[in-house]
Design a protein around this ligand. Structure first.
Ligand SMILES: Nc1ncnc2c1ncn2[C@@H]1O[C@H](COP(=O)(O)OP(=O)(O)OP(=O)(O)O)[C@@H](O)[C@H]1O
Ligand SMILES: [Mg+2]
Length: 166
């Protein structure tokens, strides 16, 4: 990645994939990582009333499946969820948000596993997003990229709107 633009101005340094692991080490034990994901489901923007945790094995790999029945995501909020530092939660109906930093999902999910795939179904969109250290290593990525596929529209009229890198 170039450090400066052609005119010599400093260009933003993208986040190195190794940062995903580094950032996750703030969780000294896995339960604080799970707490981050429960907090997100409980926060007023999502407002879930149930949270399920299951364990399964997929192609020989132990996997945790964490699921809530909250409001889900749009393409934009999926992008924010997989990015760092975006948090615009506000108090809703007197319920104050727990999340403020825009980091808990990334640190928590990457503490629990090397890879996270997020499936979301909301009123107007179905989205899949990938935050995966294995994928980034395989493609020898120099910066964190998060593939997202999002279908927006009514139940009978879905079409692909986005397939983006961060
Ligand atoms: N279960 C979920 N359902 C819908 N949206 C979610 C869910 N979990 C996270 N998000 C969205 O992803 C964003 C990022 O979550 P993340 O936990 O990384 O940051 P935060 O909760 O805003 O702040 P903090 O770092 O203090 O936890 C949230 O602001 C929220 O918009
Ligand atoms: Mg959070």
């Amino acid at each position: 990645c170039p450090r400066t633009t052609r005119r010599g101005r400093p260009s933003p340094r993208p986040l190195c994939p190794k940062f995903l692991h580094t950032n996750s080490t703030s969780h000294t034990w896995p339960f604080s990582a799970i707490a981050e994901l429960i907090d997100n489901a409980y926060d007023p923007d999502v407002n879930a009333s149930h949270f399920w945790i299951d364990k399964t094995v997929i192609q020989g790999h132990d996997c945790l499946i964490l699921r809530d029945n909250g409001n889900g995501l749009t393409h934009e909020s999926m992008h924010k969820m997989l990015s760092f530092g975006y948090s615009d939660k506000t108090t809703l109906k007197g319920k104050e948000p727990i999340g403020i930093y825009g980091n808990g999902f990334k640190s928590g999910s990457m503490r629990l596993g090397s890879d996270a795939i997020v499936f979301s179904k909301s009123r107007n969109a179905r989205c899949v997003g990938l935050l995966s250290q294995t994928y980034l290593e395989k493609i020898k990525a120099e910066q964190i990229i998060v593939p997202i596929v999002c279908f927006e529209g009514g139940n009978n009229n879905n079409h692909i709107l986005y397939m983006l890198d961060q």
